[in-house]
Design a protein. Structure first.
Ligand SMILES: Cc1cc2nc3c(=O)[nH]c(=O)nc-3n(C[C@H](O)[C@H](O)[C@H](O)COP(=O)(O)O)c2cc1C
Length: 187
């Protein structure tokens, strides 16, 4: 009985978080801790158009200030399907979700868009910004970014042996993408 009640309350919470509408905020008023946002909550990066896009979970990233504007920096391995989209597209979005979506983020971070339709598999609801970029109704935070820089990690420049080990275990390298943060929406 207690389990049924807990499930019911969790479903209600999930539904209420989905039904809230987004409001636009100034990035400087963002309440989230930028380290926890990536390391603990995880984010979903999406690049592409309404008819052809790809999404994946990321936990490496940074929010900051560069060249006079707010930026989001993310790291995408060249083996990911998302890599193709990140290179091709001018924009990308970063979405954060509540704990109730953790299982969806696990699917999005373990399956490839080459093999399955991850939006269908997770039941996420795609929405589109005025610029045509994809985000999700179930998100609690959305950053819309314009790609302004990319570069590949140079293996000779790794100074931490623990990092060298990461790339020895999985040789495909990360490309760094810096996005200018254009819009921020929260619920
Ligand atoms: C918690 C978590 C964090 C991840 N962080 C990253 C990351 O920062 N960069 C990256 O390239 N892959 C990361 N991944 C792996 C990709 O999400 C995963 O390989 C995904 O299936 C790629 O999908 P795609 O082939 O459709 O692009 C992460 C996975 C998980 C579960």
């Amino acid at each position: 009985m207690k389990t049924k009640l807990t499930i019911f309350v969790l479903m209600l919470l999930a539904l209420s978080s989905c039904s809230k509408s987004f409001k636009q905020i100034d990035v400087k008023t963002l309440k989230d801790n930028p380290v926890s946002l990536f390391a603990d909550d995880w984010m979903v990066v999406t690049a592409g158009t309404s008819t052809d896009y790809n999404l994946m979970t990321i936990s490496w990233g940074a929010l900051g200030n560069l060249w006079g504007y707010p930026t989001a920096t993310i790291y995408v391995r060249d083996s990911r399907n998302t890599f193709t989209y990140m290179n091709r597209e001018r924009y990308f979005t970063l979405c954060a979700f509540g704990e109730e979506c953790r299982d969806k983020l696990k699917v999005i971070g373990s399956k490839s868009g080459r093999d399955i339709d991850k939006v269908k598999a997770t039941g996420l609801t795609p929405l589109y910004t005025d610029l045509g970029n994809v985000y999700y109704k179930e998100a609690r935070l959305v950053l819309e970014c314009e790609k302004v820089y990319f570069d590949d990690f140079a293996p000779n420049n790794f100074l931490d042996p623990a990092v060298v080990k990461i790339y020895n275990n999985e040789p495909s390298l990360h490309r760094v993408f810096v996005g200018k943060i254009l819009n921020v929406w929260v619920k």
